[in-house]
Each structure stands twice: as structure tokens, then as C-alpha cells.
Design a binder for this molecule. Sequence first.
Ligand code: HMG
Ligand code: MG
Length: 303
Amino acid sequence: MERVIVNDVGPRDGLQNDPATVSPADRAGLIRDLVAAGVPAVEAVSFVSPKAVPKMAGAAEVIAALDLDAADFSALIPNRKGYELAREAGVRSVAVVLSATDTMNRKNINMDLDTTVRVCSEILEQASRDGVNGRAYVSVALGCPYEGDVPEDRIRDLTRTMFDAGATEVIVADTIGAGNPAQVKSLFSRLVPDFGADRLSAHFHDTRALALANAWQALECGIRKFDASIGGLGGCPFAPGAAGNLATEDLVSLLHQAGFDTGIDLDALLAVVDRVRELVGHPVGGRALAWLHNHRAAAAAAG
Ligand code: HMG
Ligand code: MG
């Protein structure tokens, strides 16, 4: 069976925007539960200003509570200070955030596009020298909440710049779930021949119920690594309209039905969704959750 890597970004993209504040100890517990369910990669934290994103405070505590050999753990970083803090905490894999429009960068990390390109490039170059795995988000790739449509040429050029600076992977991100499968096909059909499917991954938000369809289209284009968020938690506080991420359980269910291997135990993953609901104190879950629970109960009853 062909392997697809699922990177759970719930502890970062999910919890950064949730009304609930989850303690570092509970965030580490959630991450351990994800790994125990077989999730091979987790974006565990972000090293960002606690004034800008209070829910991500305590990132170093989360990292200290993890066995860093247990999975591929990464940290989102917005600037050099974030990189230094991540290094001090012992993080081995970082992701810089480059949005494809000037306004989105200013709103998200208070830098214009050119400055963001320069800072991200410098961090990636430093990461290569330090032996740290440096990844790069190219955000608002399928639509910006401030500037609307983004030309594909710009996404391709920014992707090339990130690889030239030493990125090991570029994560093409639909920050506000603006993309549709036709757009996804068009964009990835251009990126894959230039950069290789094995160096690209896809990050979808489910605002318009198109995240699974978009993921399927990216799969058809050869992409074999996806971000998703347990329980569908998620959204960027600086991108109006950014709703939940593609739910990990929806993605894993799709992948297993279509004959791909993820290494993830779907039953164990559903138990993690239950745990997330307890942690945040409100209903969570992707679009397939009710069916998945019923199916599990029926299978258990049948022995
Ligand atoms: P700023 O105010 O311009 O920063 O904010 P500054 O350099 O002037 O520093 C202000 C204060 O923040 C100082 O502290 C710094 O030390 C501190 P003070 O002197 O006031 O006590 N500071 C930091 N503290 C911790 N970690 C840091 C850091 N940097 C400075 N790294 C800044 C600029 C980037 C800091 C701020 O805007 C920020 O933290 N932004 C984070 C934004 C964020 O986390 N957004 C969500 C993640 S992106 C996303 O969700 C999209 C994604 O999922 C993909 C997709 O869907 O497209 C990835
Ligand atoms: Mg996101």
C-alpha cells in the first residue's frame, strides 16, 4: 500500500484560535495521544509573541514534555526570535510562515512581503547550517482574505525562493479555505513538475466544505503529505474567515477507504477526538465523525 504522511497541526493551528486555553501539560498530553494513535508528524507548537497569540504561550514547556524521538515534531516560527527560542527548546524541525500577499504578512507577522521573504530565507539558511529541518509555509496560496486571488506565478516564485534558501519542504496552504478542486489541480499541476511532489505538502481549511475534495485533487497530482487537524479544530486569528482545518479523522478515513496507508489507527484517533472535546469544552469533529462513531459502534457490536 502506498504511504501518505499526515501531519497533525491541531495542537498549533487548532488550539491557537480556540476559545479555550489549553495548558502546556494538556497540549503535550494531546500530542502524545496523537503519536500513540500512529500519527507520524505533529506541528506541536509555535514560538510567537504571547501578546499576539496567547493560546500558544508555553511552547518550550510543551516541547520539554515530549520524547522528541517519538515522531516528527515541528514548530511554527514567525521571525528570528522564534527560531532562537525553538533552538533553545531543542526543536529539530521548524516551519517559517510566508504569506503570498503583502497585506496578509503585515496582518499576521507585521512585516511586508519583501521583508518576510528575506527573513524566512535567512532563517532557512541558518537552519541548514545548524542541521535543523527547515520547512516553509506559502500561505493564502488559493486566496487571500485581504487581496483576493493570488497569481499562480507568484506562488511558484515564492516556492522556488524558499527551496533556494534551503527549505526541505514547502507547505502550500489555503489559509481561509478559499480554494476549489479546479484551482488545486491547476496550481499543483504547475508546482509538482517544477519542484517534485515529494518536497511539497498541502494544508487545507474546510470553510466551504471543500477541504476533502481539495485533498483528493492534490493526491491526484501526486502529493503524499498533508496537514490536518484533529477534530477539525483550527483557524488563523489574523485571517478573517479562516474556519477549521481539514479534520484529521476525515482525511484518514478518506485515505484508508481509497487504499492508502497512513500508519494511523482510526479507532484510536476517534478516541483522541473525544479527548480534544473534553479539553476545549465544546463540540469538535470533522464532517464524517458521526458516521465514523456509528460505524465503530456497529463493528464493536458485531464482535
Ligand atoms: P511585532 O510587535 O512586530 O514584534 O510582532 P516585535 O519584534 O516588535 O516584538 C514585540 C514583542 O514581541 C517583544 O516583546 C518581542 O520580544 C516579542 P516585548 O518587548 O513587547 O515584551 N517577540 C516574540 N516573543 C515570542 N516569540 C517570538 C517573538 N517575536 C517577538 N517569536 C510578531 C511581530 C511576529 C512577533 C507577532 O506578530 C507574532 O507573534 N505573530 C504571530 C502570528 C501567528 O502566530 N499567526 C498564526 C500562525 S500562521 C497560520 O495560522 C497560517 C498557517 O496555518 C498556514 C495557513 O493556513 O495558511 C501556518
Ligand atoms: Mg492554517
